[in-house]
Design a protein around this ligand. Structure first.
Ligand code: RIB
Ligand code: CA
Length: 365
């Protein structure tokens, strides 16, 4: 009798385990489109790899545009990092070369004199030489030829087609300037109600900007585009601006931990040679932020968000001292603005644990 009972219990246990594993793997995965001004490793590159590997996310594609880097370089960076991580199933589509305001790149030096600098000296492609094309950028940077290629389709059309093919299911992770998205919603306004939600890294609502005293880099790079997008009537908008991003400080201890986690992973070398890696290797007191990586982390685990406020939001597109500034209105707001949830705090201990969880670093050959 005792023997029979033991067999019965172990049978029930096996069935329960099998069903719960089945239940987890059968959960629908969050479909995410990543729109990025891609760099190596921190921050856009790591944000992309987290989403590509997360078991509860289906990364539908990566669209690139100028911002941190020229779009040609960003496309090469995206391709290279996907190759390194053995991820061949995620399409990459190249998008906008320039911000919407004509000749913005030529005017940037003058503008800088007008607005002054923020606390970050980074100016991205405003201060970099434009590569001829993505293949040259790849070859010159990595010394070899790519084994993957971006789609022939423009990023704007890729966004439109992906949203239309998956109505109500796509989360857009907007971790660069908003040019691709602005043109997508202008060209195909029907996609706005079809988008499940949009999560931005952009803006600095309750604190100073990083690129100018008033504005954060992504939204300052193309204020006209950011304004078009945040004013679109999406079902849900979530914003991670500098308000939360600058609370999660990236220190040498975090870098060392990640380097250990990435032992034997090809991304380890890329991290070491990236701007953040080199800076940590040279100076143990160096600090950095993880910006876009937080967007991916809260998509993977929304319980990381510990504080947020609901406001109507906008972006100043009037050229002047506050060009590109993000605006938050708790109650009364100008006509045409939309509501957003502005994240103001995350659980940073759990964030670093998530980043060091090996399930996000499996090489898929
Ligand atoms: O201001 C920080 C943002 O600008 C991040 O998205 C970073 O990658 C750059 O695009
Ligand atoms: Ca970015």
């Amino acid at each position: 009798m005792k023997h029979f009972l033991l067999i019965a219990i172990s049978w029930v246990f096996t069935v329960l385990c099998a069903t719960s594993t089945w239940a987890v793997s059968a959960l629908p995965r969050e479909k995410v489109l990543l729109d990025s001004d891609m760099v190596e490793a921190f921050d856009d590159g790591i944000a992309m790899l987290l989403l590509a590997n997360a078991p509860n996310v289906e990364l539908m594609g990566v669209t690139t545009l100028s911002g941190n880097s020229w779009v040609e370089m960003g496309t090469a960076n995206a391709i290279r990092q996907l190759e390194q991580a053995g991820i061949r199933s995620v399409p990459v589509a190249a998008g906008l070369e320039y911000p919407l305001r004509p000749n913005r790149h030529e005017l940037f030096a003058l503008e800088r004199k007008l607005t002054g600098r923020g606390h970050d000296l980074w100016t991205g492609s405003f201060g970099l030489k434009k590569p001829t094309n993505w293949q040259t950028a790849y070859k010159e940077t990595y010394g070899t030829t790519p084994s993957m290629h971006p789609l022939a389709k423009h990023a704007v059309d890729f966004i439109i087609d992906t949203v239309r093919a998956n109505p109500g299911q796509i989360t857009i992770a907007a971790i660069g300037p908003c040019g691709n998205l602005a043109l997508a919603v202008r060209k195909a306004p029907d996609i706005v109600p079809l988008i499940k939600r949009i999560i931005y890294m952009g803006g600095a609502f309750f604190q100073q900007g990083n690129t100018t005293p008033a504005a954060e880099f992504n939204w300052y790079f193309d204020p006209e585009a950011a304004r078009i997008v945040v004013r679109s009537p999406f079902k849900e908008q979530i914003v991670l601006g500098l308000d939360v991003c600058e609370k999660v400080i990236f220190r040498r201890e975090h870098y060392d931990r990640l380097i250990k986690t990435l032992a034997n992973h090809p991304m380890r070398d890329m991290l070491r040679t990236s701007f953040a890696g080199q800076s940590f290797e040279k100076n143990p007191n160096f600090t950095f932020f993880v910006w876009d990586v937080l967007v991916s982390a809260v998509i993977i685990d929304p319980t990381l968000i510990t504080e947020s406020v609901e406001c109507f939001i906008d972006v100043n597109d009037q050229m002047g001292l506050s060009y590109g500034q993000s605006l938050a209105y708790p109650q009364e707001a100008p006509l045409g603005v939309q509501k957003a949830r502005i994240v103001t705090a995350v659980d940073s201990v759990r964030f670093w644990d998530l980043l060091n969880n090996l399930q996000y670093w499996q090489i898929k050959q």
